[in-house]
Design a protein around this ligand. Structure first.
Ligand SMILES: C[S@@+](CC[C@H](N)C(=O)[O-])C[C@H]1O[C@@H](n2cnc3c(N)ncnc32)[C@H](O)[C@@H]1O
Length: 238
């Protein structure tokens, strides 16, 4: 996280936009390592605020939340010093338009941070839990018609960004991750799996998904859980 902190500290009181915030995990990470920001605005097509632990951000008036599709944002040109996109690239259909929109909203000398879970072969048993969980979530989302690809390789992430970014990638590294509010328990993960299953309860393949969910739970119980590898990369607007 030291690398990320160093990059964030290059900005004086920055205004930050976090795209695809989900329940705000990347915002929590930023806030944990760097507090000298003017504000962080989180946007997501799904309004997660109601689902979130109410106390998660309420204490901090500098963190704001908007339910928005990234392409429908009407922030003026040059609105943000930093724009982050964490674990969201593999949810995006039109990466080119999204990057164009990010470039438009970014101030000159601004920075884009892309952080993305990556497929890796040297995972520990605990980290494999994360990858299996993600794979299950992606299948369920696909079943209900939501775009959610399987995890990209490091090369695919870099390629996707290089293909559409007007600027070169200035740096990338493997991001170490942890949770910042409370430890994730096996019960939290079971609840997550049960929630995913509910989405397909009326589908033909429900019994197959239920079986997969049970073996996933058994794996998690036996091996525990740890975040898998994430690739963090930085682009700078010249
Ligand atoms: C896996 S979550 C990432 C959550 C968090 N950023 C993190 O790093 O853990 C991906 C999020 O992207 C959101 N998303 C997908 N497409 C989007 C879009 N076009 N505009 C805004 N949010 C989007 C999804 O609703 C989902 O909450």
């Amino acid at each position: 996280m030291k690398n990320l902190k160093n990059y964030l500290e290059k900005y004086d009181n920055p205004r930050i936009l976090d795209i695809g915030s989900g329940k705000g995990d990347f915002i929590k990470l930023i806030d944990y390592i760097f507090q000298d920001y003017q504000e962080i605005i989180g946007i997501d097509i799904v309004d997660y605020l109601l689902e979130m632990d109410e106390s998660a951000f309420n204490h901090n008036p500098k963190i704001k939340w908007m339910g928005k599709e990234v392409l429908d944002t009407n922030f003026p040109k040059n609105s943000f010093d930093i724009i982050s996109l964490s674990n969201t690239l593999h949810h995006i259909k039109d990466i080119k338009s999204m990057l164009e929109q990010m470039v438009y909203m970014l101030k000159p000398n601004g920075m884009i941070i892309v952080n993305e879970l990556m497929a890796a072969e040297d995972l520990s048993d605990k980290e494999i839990s994360h990858q299996l969980l993600h794979s299950f979530a992606a299948k369920i989302d696909h079943e209900i018609g939501m775009l959610h690809s399987q995890v990209f390789s490091k090369e695919n992430i870099i390629q996707a960004i290089e293909m559409f970014s007007p600027w070169p990638i200035v740096d990338y590294w493997k991001l170490e991750t942890k949770t910042f509010d409370k430890e994730i328990t096996i019960d939290d993960l079971y609840q997550l799996i049960d929630g995913l299953l509910l989405n397909v309860k009326d589908h033909d393949k429900y019994s197959l998904y239920k079986e997969e969910a049970e073996s996933l739970k058994a794996y998690l119980k036996e091996n525990g859980f740890s975040f898998a590898h994430q690739l963090c990369l930085v682009l700078k607007k010249s």
